[in-house]
Design a protein around this ligand. Structure first.
Ligand code: NAP
Length: 318
């Protein structure tokens, strides 16, 4: 039985791996993908991680993994299906507290593992719009990752949907190679940080489509247009685009833990900055937990805090 199993290998999971190794805990990281780094891999430029101004996101992901490897952290590629309190699933925190002393079974698509504590750092994924054409044209002009797919749209016209940090970062990135970039936002004010907004609005080949929602994505074999409606005037128009980049937020990868641990209505695992959840011995770190600011920096801090809390939990069991 491991002291701690860390689920996920984004910045939170990798920071947890580094801290767990340094704490000499018997640990294992379970990662769903063959490459560590999580969402940071899709980020062209990370400009707010202290000391690493202008860092390429992919490189940062690789550096975090190299650091964990250098300390001897153990990784297995496997998708977690379920985490069970070892003596069977029990209802209620009091029983769960007793059962948690026995540890957890982590059921994956390959093997089942056992651990005395678990840190869930499984992150979040792109939210979908759910409009006609989105699914049918996914990979044929509809994308959720500008840094992955942007190169296919060199000298073409694209639309980015959303007004948060990701949408604005994506639009700035795409504007470097595309002829024109429309940014379609449902309000008349962006959610993204001011510095990104200023950069975006200064670009000559970016056109803002304010107060507008996407109705459907058009095209037979590939994207040919995006129908949008202005929510103030009710006017509709079809933007002549070759690509649509959807950046309307994230949703937590928490389905496997439903029924096990308390979550908020959006599916984020309820946990404070110590990572403690409603189940003793089970911790949550990074984008998957309830928090005000989802950043690489706060995810990494969560990983460190969760290991500290897991150590305290294990020490209290002795
Ligand atoms: P976000 O901040 O939640 O923004 C989502 C955007 O999409 C908002 O502008 C929202 O509009 C819009 N939206 C949501 N649902 C929509 C719908 N159905 N139709 C149209 N528009 C919709 O999400 P994000 O930009 O993906 O960022 C996710 C998290 O990662 C944030 O906490 C962000 O700060 C963080 N992040 C951090 C870094 C970094 O650390 N360097 C980089 C990028 C992102 P409204 O504004 O009207 O709600």
């Amino acid at each position: 039985m491991y002291d701690v199993i860390i689920i996920g290998s984004g910045p939170a999971g990798l920071a947890a791996a580094i801290y767990a190794q340094r704490a000499c805990m018997d640990m294992l990281v379970l990662e769903k993908n063959y490459m560590s780094g999580g969402q940071v891999l899709d980020t062209y430029e990370v400009d707010n991680y202290p000391g690493l101004k202008g860092m390429n996101g992919f490189d940062l992901g690789m550096k975090l993994r190299e650091h964990a490897d250098a300390l001897g952290a153990k990784f297995v590629t496997a998708a977690v299906r379920e985490v069970r309190i070892k003596e069977g699933r029990l209802e209620g925190d009091v029983q769960a507290a007793e059962a948690a002393k026995a540890g957890f079974c982590i059921v994956t698509d390959k093997e089942t593992y056992e651990a005395r504590t678990v840190i869930i750092a499984a992150g979040a994924q792109h939210r979908k719009l759910g409009i006609p054409g989105e699914e049918a044209l996914a990979g044929r002009g509809v994308s959720y990752c500008a840094t992955c797919d942007g190169a296919f749209f060199r000298d073409k016209t694209v639309a980015v949907i959303g007004g948060g940090d990701v949408a604005v970062e994506d639009a700035i990135f795409l504007a470097r190679g595309c002829r024109k970039v429309y940014v379609v936002h449902r309000r008349d004010e962006l959610r993204a940080v001011k510095s990104l907004q200023e950069k975006l609005l200064s670009l000559p080949n970016v056109e803002m489509v304010w107060d507008s929602v996407a109705l459907d994505i058009r095209g037979e074999q590939a994207v040919e247009g995006l129908a949008v409606k202005n929510v103030k005037t009710q006017e509709t128009q079809v933007l002549p685009v070759d690509g649509v980049f959807v950046a309307v937020g994230i949703q937590p990868n928490s389905q496997a833990y439903q029924g096990l641990v308390k979550m908020d209505p959006a599916g984020y695992i309820c946990a404070d900055e110590t990572g403690r959840t409603s189940v003793p011995g089970l911790f949550a770190a990074g984008d998957i937990r309830t928090k005000a600011l989802r950043q690489i920096l706060t995810a990494a801090a969560d990983g460190a805090n969760a290991v500290f809390a897991a150590e305290q939990f294990l020490n209290a069991q002795k």
